[in-house]
Each structure stands twice: as C-alpha cells, then as structure tokens.
Design a binder for this molecule. Sequence first.
Ligand SMILES: [Zn+2]
Length: 300
Amino acid sequence: MPAERKPIVMQTKKSSTIYENWKVYSRHDKLMFRCNEKKARWYLVRDLGKLAPEHGDRSIQLTFETKGNGHNEGDYMVEDRTNSCVGCNSTELLTMHHVVPDMYRRAMPLCIKSKSSRDILLLCKQCHHLYEDKATKLKKELALKYDCPLEGKGWIHNTENRQAKKAATALLRFSDRIPEERQQTLVQVVKAYQQAHMDQGQGDDDGGDSSNDRPTWSAVLEECSRLEDVYRGPDFVEHGTFVIQQLMNMDDGTVESATGMQRWPHLETFIKLWRQHFLDHVKPSFLSGRWTVDGEIYNH
Ligand SMILES: [Zn+2]
C-alpha cells in the first residue's frame, strides 16, 4: 500500500488554558454557551455584546435577538470546563481529541461538523496514545464493514514504473552486493524503461558528450529511482469520505423531522458509536457526567 500516511502532529499545550470559559448570555439572561476570549472580544468590539458583570467575571450579554435559543440549561455545553485530561486529570501535555475521528467528521454535513466542540475533549498525550490503538482497531473494522481500506480506494499501481524503480534503486544502493549477471538484468530493465519513456540514449558517467543533453547513466538511475509507482486515480476516494457517503446514502439524502430540519439517522448512530467507544475504552473519570452518548449532534 502507498506510503501516504501523514506524520501525526500532536498539538499539545503544556499546562496552558484551553477552555477560557467565557459565558455568553442572551438578551433574556439565559446562559447560551461558553466561548473563548477571542470570540467574546469579537462580540464586544462589534457592539454585538456587552460585558455583563452581574453574571460574574468573564460574562457577556448579547445585544441582539438570537435565532436559536442556545443550549439547554444543564447541558454539557454551558457548564464550566476544566483544563485537564478527561482520562487522568493531568494538566500536562494536553491535546484536543476528536471523539469522532477527523477523517470521518470532515466529510459530514456542515450542520453536524461545524462547531462540534462537544466532541472535542481534552486528553493528555499518554491517554491519547493509549486510546489511539483502540480507535485504530475500530477504524480497521469499519474498513472491512464498508469495504474501503483506510488508505482509500482507487489507487493506480503502475507495474512498469514499479519494476524500473526497483531495478534503479537496487543498482544505486546495492550494486557492490549484486552479482554481475543480475546487475545486467537490472540494467536492461532500466534501459527498456528509458527507451520507452525517457530521453533516448544512454549517457556516460564521465560527463562527456556535452554536445547534446543526454542524461548521464547515474542521472537516469536517479530519475528512475524516484518514479511514482502508485498514485491516486480519477475515482480515488478517501476512506472517511466513502464511509460517510455510504451512511448518508442509507438515509436517501435527508429525513425531515417534525421541525423540518435535515437529519441523518445513520450518521447519528455512527457518531454515537464513537462516543460510546471513547467512554468504553478511555473510561474518562474526569469527564463531566453531562457529556453523554445521546448529546446533541446538530448545530441547527
Ligand atoms: Zn490523561
């Protein structure tokens, strides 16, 4: 399989404040949601909000009538959050963990993926690593279930490039250990490729023959050793995108609920599957009891 895996970039913050716990109240004094200082300032400088010391420090009140009503009272989204790992309470090397892996989340409709901070929890590096093994296992099960490997579908394998690449790489790196006869075979493979796909003619390693632009033999080997032998075809699809599309197709596009809002019951089940998996494996003793598998999914 192609080596397309991106290095894991852990965004860790050492003992820093991730949740700034600013409270945002409606014009009717209802606590609507929490936000960080940057967002609170955004409201303040536009006169869309004013400081509301009557509600305590770090509180603002919106100056306009909001469309939605915010989160329900007592919901996880309006309570204060601590800047510590939900698994072990550590305040060191914290990382924002996506309960529903990003590869799936980013393929979901905007009304689910936008502002889905409910499903971003703080884990320390250690708890994160311990859980990632379990999460990978579930991803592999999903790959089987939906018949789409984690590397995605639609890779094109170019056998000719592969053979030339292997031969050139062997000649460059191990020629002192390859028997003469085998070397000749490999040279023929590279030459055949060169004749079919590259500038004609074999160059010399002595750098001579400057009257034309023939590449030197070592340049030919270098070029062949860098050939792409597997690449994304026109129908390539990422694993996450494929799985989410399958789930959305099962709902035949959309299902209208009583309120006329779009819903995707199969996506809901999928998100809950990840939430439950997180609870089962991390056993987060320091996570608010208000964070539940059945918590809100949409941002309608
Ligand atoms: Zn931890």
